[in-house]
Design a protein around this ligand. Structure first.
Ligand SMILES: C[S@@+](CC[C@H](N)C(=O)[O-])C[C@H]1O[C@@H](n2cnc3c(N)ncnc32)[C@H](O)[C@@H]1O
Length: 220
């Protein structure tokens, strides 16, 4: 690991709104601890962003909805540092970040804990034939059905046509139903909604080079 990254990882431990294992041993982290459901000190509904990167989307939502709670999950705390620092500076008490592999989500969070989820520009793993590492594969949908409450809405945003087509086929079933899909989100009349007006780092990058954003909204 480069020196700059090491410094950022170390700094992440200083932020009280990043929850993470001391070492990269996720297995003992989830065996020794679990998410404290009373963390936010209120019973407000909790939205999660899976693979949140720098956490722009999570922080953007937290600013708009002070009466809801938001958690960004990513395996890289050096990225989440960006969003966590902004949340601290702005005094946003309704947001935190958890360093975790999404594969471990059902072992760390209480059952049916989340009421909404965003999967923003996940790695498309386009070269993988069976797609089992994709965050909308059956394996991951099975985990989501454990941690999301029935009736929860999930949103997928991607620049990848392959992931979009894969997800349109994989999502229906397992208790999930697709409510909306488009291969050009910013070309639809959804402008001005949360999903179109809060842009992540990757989304800005893709829009700058003229890529269209694909979107699927689905419900458990
Ligand atoms: C392409 S980036 C997108 C980041 C952010 N959502 C955005 O739109 O700017 C994908 C993110 O997912 C995270 N990620 C990928 N696989 C993961 C996994 N299995 N568990 C947790 N995070 C993961 C990566 O660390 C990375 O930050």
């Amino acid at each position: 690991m480069g020196k700059k990254k090491q410094i950022k990882y170390a700094a992440a431990f200083e932020l009280p709104n990043i929850i993470q294992p001391r070492t990269l041993d996720f297995k003992s982290f989830i065996l020794d601890s679990s998410f404290d459901a009373s963390y936010f000190g209120n019973g407000n509904p909790v939205t999660v962003e899976l693979g949140c990167g720098k956490g722009e989307f999570t922080v953007g939502l937290a600013r708009r909805y002070p009466d809801r709670n938001f958690i960004g999950v990513d395996v890289k705390s050096d990225r989440m540092m960006a969003g966590a620092s902004i949340a601290m500076t702005e005094g946003l008490a309704n947001v935190c970040f958890v360093r975790l592999r999404i594969e471990c989500i059902a072992a760390f969070f209480p059952p049916h804990f989340f009421s909404e989820g965003y999967i923003t520009f996940p790695d498309p793993h386009e070269s993988m034939e069976n797609g089992k590492r994709r965050l909308t594969s059956r394996r991951f949908l099975g985990l989501y059905s454990q941690v999301f409450a029935p009736g929860s809405t999930l949103h997928l945003k991607t620049d990848s046509a392959a992931l979009y087509e894969f997800s349109r086929e994989s999502i229906p079933g397992h208790g999930f139903k697709v409510l909306q899909h488009t291969d050009d989100l910013h070309g639809t009349d959804a402008e001005g909604t949360d999903i179109t007006s809060i842009l992540t780092t990757y989304e800005k990058r893709y829009l700058a080079v003229g890529k269209t954003i694909k979107y699927i909204r689905f419900v458990l």
